[in-house]
Ligand binder design. Structure first.
Ligand code: NAP
Ligand code: MG
Length: 404
């Protein structure tokens, strides 16, 4: 069989522990036999980050910026225990944080749905993608514990010396105080990433805040989105027959629960933190959650939402077989290959990505699955729990049949 051709390389970011093992298995079994895989390889595994003083992470992010599409394996974010375990000279920052800062991107999370596992919300038929604005608000707030009587004020001093001053509250007793901020530039980047992604996915975009109560802060988010939509994206949305709409967060929550899914829900930082956990739990499993970082100028970095699955890795090191679910990591590859194919006009590559995902879904619908999913299946559905190797082999045989 002739291998499927690529023209522009993907930026490949390898990672750590169990997902690093899966990464190689996926390449060997599901990609290299079929695709003339072109990648620019960066090893973001912790030993290499230590060796390069984390330069490799920065280099990989810059390459993603240059080439436009990257695929990333889960990586360890070091904590004190990891510093000892890997004998690190420094507690290197989260690679995802570094990459997100360089690409100025927004993270979109989308579940993979299968017949055997039904969302808790019965009417959800299609995935709901959550876009979280990962900058500012309560995550960068200044807080103060008020211990007794006194006056709290909001003061802003402009560079030209002009000041704004308003009383927040005249405390007659103890209490709490918090100062939050966000920046137009960050909200604008968030909005561009959301509109770009909605166009790429050909899906409606919903955005919601509490602007009825927060008449300047949340109102700014609403106005920035509206302005960017009208100036840059309205015509494209109309041509694609997709919709952008803004609504109050309370209304959005009610509509999301009653919907059948199949749209992108853009959320402010805190809402996105909370709602993404709610939506992903209702859909089933973290191992079935995909994630893509999209920059405001349309660069994409695909990955799984879960981590390096450390507990399974330690078992693997002891020679035990593990039943780690590779679905989200496979979808990171298929997502990246599809996007590359679309950008380069390679219909065979797009078709390969579709076939790979279809082979995964067929395998799961045949009841062949990793242990994490077995406990979630609907009653009456016959399943066979397999290890990661056998699961990937079962996908491969279906993929071969499709491509024959
Ligand atoms: P995790 O790797 O997501 O795993 C937590 C648990 O969830 C696992 O022990 C496993 O449960 C289950 N799980 C997750 N993914 C699975 C899969 N694909 N198949 C089967 N089960 C799966 O989170 P963690 O243990 O908190 O973090 C481990 C490391 O990952 C940390 O060093 C952290 O820094 C890193 N991390 C990286 C990223 C990223 O790169 N994007 C994200 C999150 C965490 P059972 O053990 O019960 O089977
Ligand atoms: Mg959370």
């Amino acid at each position: 069989m002739q291998k499927i051709r690529m023209t522009t390389p993907l930026v490949e970011m390898d990672g750590d522990e169990m997902t690093r093992i899966l990464w190689q298995m996926i390449k060997d079994e599901l990609l290299l036999p079929f695709v003339d895989l072109k990648t620019i390889y960066f090893d973001l595994g912790l030993p290499e980050r230590e060796r390069t003083k984390d330069k490799v992470t920065v280099d990989s992010a810059n390459a993603a910026k240059e080439y436009g599409v990257a695929v990333k394996c889960a990586t360890i974010t070091p904590n004190k225990q990891r510093v000892e375990e890997y004998n690190l000279s420094e507690m290197w920052k989260s690679p995802n944080g570094t990459i997100r800062a360089i690409l100025d991107g927004t993270v979109f999370r989308k579940p993979i749905l299968i017949d055997a596992v039904k969302p808790v919300v019965r009417n959800w038929k299609k995935p709901i993608t959550i876009a979280r604005h990962a900058y500012g608000d309560v995550y960068k707030a200044t807080e103060y514990r008020v211990e007794g009587e006194g006056k709290a004020e909001l003061v802003f001093t402009g560079k030209d010396g002009t000041t704004f001053r308003e009383t927040i509250y005249d405390f007659e007793c103890g209490g709490v105080l918090q100062g939050q901020y966000n920046k137009d530039s960050s909200i604008e980047s968030f909005a561009h990433a959301c509109f770009q992604y909605a166009i790429a996915e050909k899906q409606d975009l919903w955005f919601a805040t509490k602007d009825t109560i927060s008449k300047k802060y949340d109102q700014t988010f609403k106005l920035v989105f509206q302005d960017i939509y009208e100036k840059n994206y309205k015509a494209q949305f109309e041509a694609l027959g997709i919709e952008y709409f803004y609504t109050l967060i309370d209304d959005a929550v009610a509509r999301v629960i009653r919907s059948e899914g199949g749209f992108i829900w853009a959320c402010k930082n805190y809402d996105g933190d909370v709602m993404s956990d709610m939506v992903s739990t209702a859909f089933g499993s973290l191992a079935m959650m995909t994630s893509v970082l999209v920059s405001p100028d349309g660069k994409y970095e695909y990955e799984a939402a879960h981590g390096t699955v450390t507990r399974h890795y330690y078992r693997y090191l002891k020679g035990e077989e593990t039943s780690t679910n590779p679905m989200a990591t496979i979808y990171a590859w298929s997502g990246a290959l599809r996007r590359r194919g679309e950008m380069d006009g390679l219909t065979d590559l797009v078709a390969f990505a579709d076939a790979l995902e279809a082979a995964c879904i067929e395998t799961l619908n045949a009841g062949i699955m990793t242990k994490d999913l077995v406990g979630l299946v609907e009653p009456g559905f016959e399943v066979q729990a397999v290890n990661s190797v056998d699961f990937i082999k079962a996908i491969r045989s279906r993929l071969e049949a499709k491509l024959a």
